[in-house]
Design a protein around this ligand. Structure first.
Ligand code: GCO
Ligand code: MG
Length: 404
């Protein structure tokens, strides 16, 4: 079997998605997600100009060899653009292998370790009544675990609260220039524990609650927040400090028993070494799409599992249904599964990427279709061309740029 085509498809059914479609001489196709929110075309060029030509004529079954060839062979390693491109190849090749075997991918990863996959969704609001309504709306959609993001009095816009995404996932976050948001860490630290106190009182002790600090705190600020949130029994505090600094989590860990999750912007296992070896975190959060694919994610989970650390694959709307499907096959197969983020996609996106995976009663399942179980409607994809889109940037009250 040989690879005869590797095509990059960019489509924007509300937001941009980059998909690699590999075809073999037997006419089998495989899909991989290469979407890097706000920097999409850099990955398109990497794939089209530098990777696709190298794939022609290769045996699609040699997945590990293709991965090492693209990773080591480039000399320039790591980084989100490179690793998103390699991920797309890796997932497309797994898709092909599983289709040829006539099995859903999870069967090739060891088979199911569980019957269903616990998902969490996003609730948010500018005020407490809005947050309560949003949590209730998520519960009505079936979610049993909920991330809560809140506006902060005095701030115009805060990550996760209406500016860029809507609670039902329907608002496109496609913007020609980055929106500028504002930030005040002291105001946030004073206010957030009150939000979780109120949400706990309203919804009782059983509902798993999560919160994302989106890399905005210093270690001592994060330590204080973790401590202040302890009475409200969070499932986790996510991305509390800037992700480049693994050592920062040491200080946070010394001060709080609030579980910690990090990793959505990581792209190799090296970003986790201190965190895993010293058990500084409880959940690894990488996306299949940004971490080089299914092959390195499986290795990451096996490594993290040795320290009792669980999985929590990144799954916002900017991971396409292709990336989501790949995540779900891993979730079902690995032993140390923790939780899966699932924002869902718009109806139009789900038409462009028809998928076998399902979300029912708060639980996901990848389905039984051979491969990863996603089909791309190329005609519909072409009807929704690329539109420039950026994530927001963040400025402090004095005008200086802060982590977003
Ligand atoms: C999450 C993430 C996302 C990111 C987004 C950036 O926890 O889901 O923080 O919301 O901000 O993926 O493109
Ligand atoms: Mg996050």
């Amino acid at each position: 079997m040989k690879i005869v085509d590797a095509k990059v498809v960019v489509t924007s059914p509300g937001r941009n998605f980059v998909t690699l479609q590999i075809t073999t001489d037997d006419g089998v196709t495989g899909l991989g997600d290469a979407t890097l929110n706000g920097r999409e075309l850099a990955v398109v060029s990497y794939l089209r100009d530098h990777v696709a030509p190298l794939l022609m004529g290769r045996d699609p079954h040699r997945i590990e060899d293709a991965w090492q060839y693209l990773y080591r062979g480039a000399y320039w390693r790591r980084g989100p653009v490179t690793m998103a491109a390699i991920a797309a190849v890796d997932v497309a090749l797994w898709d092909i292998k599983a289709k040829v075997a006539g099995l859903p991918l999870y069967q090739l990863l060891g088979g199911a370790s569980r019957d269903r996959i616990m998902a969490y969704g996003h609730a948010s609001g500018a005020s407490l009544p809005e947050i309560f309504d949003s949590v209730r709306a998520m519960q009505e959609r079936g979610y049993r675990s909920i991330r809560v993001q809140s506006g902060v009095p005095g701030l115009q816009s805060v990550y996760g609260v209406h500016a860029t995404t809507s609670a039902d996932g329907s608002a496109p976050d496609v913007l020609a220039r980055p929106v500028v948001e504002d930030w005040d860490t002291a105001a946030y630290l004073r206010y957030i524990p009150r939000v979780f106190e109120a949400v706990r009182n309203e919804f009782g002790p059983d509902l798993p609650l999560l919160h994302d600090a989106h890399h905005r705190l210093s270690p001592i600020e994060a330590a204080r927040l973790g401590k202040d949130l302890e009475p409200y029994d969070l499932f986790w505090l996510e991305d509390c400090t800037p992700a480049e600094d693994q050592e920062a989590l040491r200080l946070v860990r010394q001060h709080t028993t609030t579980p910690l999750a990090i990793g959505e912007v990581f792209n190799t296992v090296f970003d986790y070494q201190t965190l895993v070896d010293e058990r500084l975190i409880d959940y690894v959060r990488s996306a299949v799409t940004h971490f080089g694919g299914v092959s390195p994610m499986k290795k990451l989970f096996d490594y993290a599992g040795q320290r009792g650390i669980k999985s929590a694959i990144h799954g916002p709307e900017d991971i396409s249904p292709v990336g989501m499907a790949a995540a779900l096959h891993l979730d079902l197969a690995i032993h140390n599964f923790g939780i899966q983020e699932y924002s869902g996609h718009t109806d139009l996106t789900n038409e462009v990427f028809r998928h076998a995976y399902t979300f029912d009663d708060g639980y996901l399942h990848p389905g039984e279709a051979p491969g990863i179980g996603v089909e791309l409607d190329e005609e519909l994809a072409a009807a929704h061309p690329y539109a420039p889109g950026y994530l927001p940037v963040n400025r402090l009250q004095d005008g200086s740029v802060h982590d977003w």
